[in-house]
Design a protein. Structure first.
Length: 399
């Protein structure tokens, strides 16, 4: 094993915690170590190479960070909801409007710059109808549909215009959105983060973290101390994920910046303070009364709740993830169970067994067809954990 002093010196040079450096080194070693061994390298040589690669990557990341204007923050995510698929929502809404519209109404949408319409000519070409400013004329013949075009009906297709008003950006540069298709896969995810800038002596605070496009695909773990790069807004509370810097580094040592655990056995903790006591529910059965009380009020769609349950089943998934089936602590409760999907990349967090208490953070809603009260889980934290038992198979069979 390489000398601990060398690892510490490397960490000091990179200005990072030695635990983070070791974690990054081990990750590289797990993916490239076998190839190095096959090339005749010893275990020490492999570790030294992994350390060098990890240091080089961290150095490059730091350089890119300085150029980007982003900052390294430390803390943990409280809530990571599903991405809002704004592109898909917009296209489906426009299609529902257009599907029953007359030709005259469709042409009005075209003339107003809301959509670009295509009609299949049956010979491999399409007639494109658009606002004249977009392409120089209202009607043109093209050989291909735009990649974001959606079928309307029969031989008709359309796309929603991204920007129909501004030919240039305020800087004077050409606006690439002008007249072009708004992506169908446009998405956005806004998460709740509790933390601060690394090196700051400020108290941790709630920040909103917005990721757009491909960056919104990143599913960050909740209630897991970590560091990551974010571009921080002027108010210090709104943060943005840069697409090329969406990675995070888990760092258990960052738990020290929090004054309390997320939830304690007596019901106190960080989450009740953050959400407010009226949003901390005693059971899943209480979801229905909560919904009836607050549904429709201002801010309802952004309202989050916390509820404590119990893990009653852990179902391994084929891809390496898990499904946690959670129910009320009260065995007499008739509330529906809540399923928590744990992706494969977070599978290591499931190191507990059935009977573990779990804090669920999310939003409640009601089904229209069955009138059941549901909970969309955006964050989870196990506590009062029941230790997982190691199982073994006796080669001699049953006694």
């Amino acid at each position: 094993m390489i000398d601990e002093k060398i690892i510490q010196r490397t960490a000091n040079t990179l200005n990072i915690d030695i635990g983070v450096l070791k974690t990054r080194t081990e990750a590289i070693l797990s993916t490239q170590g076998d190839a190095w061994k096959n090339a005749g390298k010893s275990d020490d040589d492999c570790y030294a190479l992994a350390l060098k690669v990890a240091g080089s990557k961290i150095k490059n990341e730091n350089s890119r960070l300085l150029r980007s204007g982003a900052s390294i923050v430390e803390g943990m995510f409280i809530s990571v909801p599903r991405p809002k698929e704004w592109g898909k929502i917009l296209y489906n809404k426009m299609k529902s409007q257009m599907i029953s519209a007359t030709e005259e109404v469709r042409q009005q949408f075209v003339d107003n710059g809301k959509i670009v319409l295509y009609n299949d000519n049956g010979d491999g070409s399409y007639t494109r109808y658009a606002k004249e400013d977009f392409f120089g004329e209202e009607t043109t013949t093209v050989n291909d549909l735009d990649k974001h075009a959606m079928r309307l009906d029969g031989d008709s297709h359309f796309y929603c215009v991204w920007d129909s008003n501004n030919k240039t950006f305020p800087s004077g540069d050409k606006n690439f959105k002008y007249g072009n298709a708004r992506p169908q896969d446009e998405q956005e995810r806004t998460s709740m983060f509790l933390g601060r800038v690394v090196g700051s002596t400020d108290e941790v605070k709630i920040m909103s973290v917005t990721a757009q496009g491909k960056a919104a695909d990143a599913q960050y773990p909740t209630f897991t101390p970590l560091t990551m790069a974010l571009r921080i807004g002027k108010d210090g509370k709104r943060c943005y994920v840069k697409a090329d810097m969406a990675d995070h580094t888990e760092d258990a040592s960052k738990a020290d910046i929090f004054p309390q655990a997320p939830i304690m056995a007596d019901g106190t903790g960080l989450v009740p303070k953050i959400l407010g006591l009226e949003n901390m529910l005693p059971s899943l059965e209480a979801l229905r009364d909560y919904y009836d009380k607050f549904n429709g009020q201002a801010g309802w769609w952004d309202r989050m709740i916390g509820v404590i349950g119990e893990v009653i089943h852990i179902d391994p998934r084929d891809n390496g993830g898990y499904t946690l089936v959670c129910a009320d602590l009260d065995i007499a409760s008739v509330a529906p169970v809540v399923e928590v999907y744990v992706p494969a990349e977070h599978g290591s967090r499931v190191d507990f067994a059935v009977g573990t208490k779990i804090l669920l953070v999310g939003q409640t809603w009601r089904t229209r067809d069955t009138d059941e009260q549901r909970l969309s889980v955006n964050g989870w934290y196990p506590f009062d954990e029941v230790e997982a038992m190691e199982t073994s198979v006796d080669a001699e069979g049953w006694d």
